[in-house]
Design a protein around this ligand. Structure first.
Ligand code: PLP
Length: 391
């Protein structure tokens, strides 16, 4: 048995590169010294690229001071990180907690919302993904009403059978995933989201937003909800916040804190508000601002999209391109078992380029770091066109 066979891995994904030994920005290097360009950012996490020097410095510096604290003592860096995060969310007077995964941040938000509103049912879009565990992963019908927005893409509201079927009188909150749709990069319509958020707020409910994939500059704004002009009460963040280090956060607007009225949020785990994770998050937020990376992401996305449009026109092999900022899905013309998509994916790896492929759908997903070099985008476009022509 090889070392890799001893590991339990998520099924459905081929382990194509078993021996990556180091990484720098979007470049991965294997043991033989071969270079690969990572346009997937690991699992969409390395928002500033692998081994960003400033993040490494902040990490080493904090680790050498104190990495972990207990329930009765903390460190100023955690409060400093909270201040930075809440300011960017416009949650002045709000609060947040640093956790270890996106799933956990969503779960914290859901539990808190349920404690505040006292109505057990939450509304969400049927195609959303919130994590590996917890209430939002199970979407049990006692707790979740899943709205299939596909039928209402053109507009929906009172009088539409789908809207009228929503049991608003029992619903206490709306959990929105603003644009990943389980990794397929589908964006719920702005009017529908605004109307749902307005209705939930009018009924005294809370709007929760899952920014685990869409936050931290990914979609061309700091947060994905900003494309919708809504004011969330609770925001869950993960992935890009830690640039590959497992730190996440659940953040609460001041109104939620008031409504909690001093009631405790009973959620304990050993690493909540650890200084090391907080130091990493604070540095990621600082670097994004200091280097203007949200705007840079928009510029790079334009380059990527215009290249992809050209490839679509020249090859006729692309069925659709969906994107917002540097969150991009390319849908290929393919058969049900997606053999062509699998071949293109492998063809890209052979040429030194890594993109996301979700098993079972003819979709390749691109979520490169906001720091990706434009030469890597150009190289990818050439490799992609060649891989499409392999067939
Ligand atoms: C939209 C979305 N929410 C939540 C999660 C869960 O985050 P994590 O895997 O860090 O627990 C993911 C993970 O892929 C995600 O894509």
């Amino acid at each position: 048995m090889t070392g890799n066979e001893m590991l339990i891995r998520y099924p459905g994904y081929d382990l194509l590169l078993p021996d990556i030994v180091r990484a720098e920005n979007c470049h991965l290097f294997d043991a033989a010294g071969r270079r690969y360009v990572d346009l997937e950012s690991g699992v969409w996490c390395t928002s500033l690229g692998h081994a960003h020097p400033a993040v490494l410095r902040a990490m080493a510096e904090q680790a050498s001071r104190i990495a972990h604290t207990g329930f009765c003592y903390t460190s100023e860096v955690v409060a400093a990180a909270a201040r930075e995060l809440l300011a960017r969310l416009g949650f002045d007077g709000g609060r947040c907690v640093f956790l270890c995964s996106g799933s956990e941040a969503v779960e914290h938000g859901v539990r808190t919302a349920q404690a505040v509103i006292g109505r057990p049912l939450l509304l969400t879009m049927a195609d959303s993904y919130f994590g590996a565990y917890g209430s939002a992963s199970r979407k049990h019908q006692d707790e979740w009403f899943c709205f299939d927005w596909a039928a209402c893409e053109g507009g929906c509201g009172e009088g539409c059978a789908h809207w009228d079927a929503i049991p608003f009188d029992r619903i206490g909150g709306f959990l929105l995933e603003p644009g990943s749709s389980s990794g397929l990069v589908r964006f719920p319509p702005v009017k529908l989201v605004r109307d749902l958020a307005a209705r939930i707020h009018a009924d005294g409910g809370l709007v929760l937003v899952n920014e685990v994939t869409t936050g931290i500059g990914r979609t061309g704004r700091w947060f994905g909800f900003q494309h919708y002009g809504i004011a969330p009460d609770i925001v869950a963040l993960g992935k890009g916040l830690g640039n590959g280090y497992p730190v996440s956060a659940a953040a609460y607007a001041p109104g939620v804190i008031e409504r909690l009225g001093g009631a405790p949020v009973k959620y304990a785990q050993s690493h909540q508000n650890d200084p090391l994770g907080a130091a990493v998050a604070r540095e990621v937020l600082r670097v994004i601002d200091a280097e203007g990376l949200v705007d840079r992401g928009v510029t790079v996305a334009e380059l990527l999209l215009s290249g992809l449009d050209g490839i679509a026109a020249r090859t006729g092999r692309i069925a659709a391109i969906r994107s917002r900022g540097l969150m991009v899905a390319v849908v290929l013309h393919d058969e049900a078992q997606t053999p062509f998509t699998i071949r293109v994916h492998r063809g890209l790896v052979e040429r030194g380029y890594i993109v996301g492929r979700r098993p079972g759908v003819p979709v390749l997903r691109l979520d490169p770091a906001l720091t990706i070099e434009t030469a890597d985008i150009a190289g990818f476009l050439a490799a992609f066109e060649a891989a499409l022509a392999d067939d």
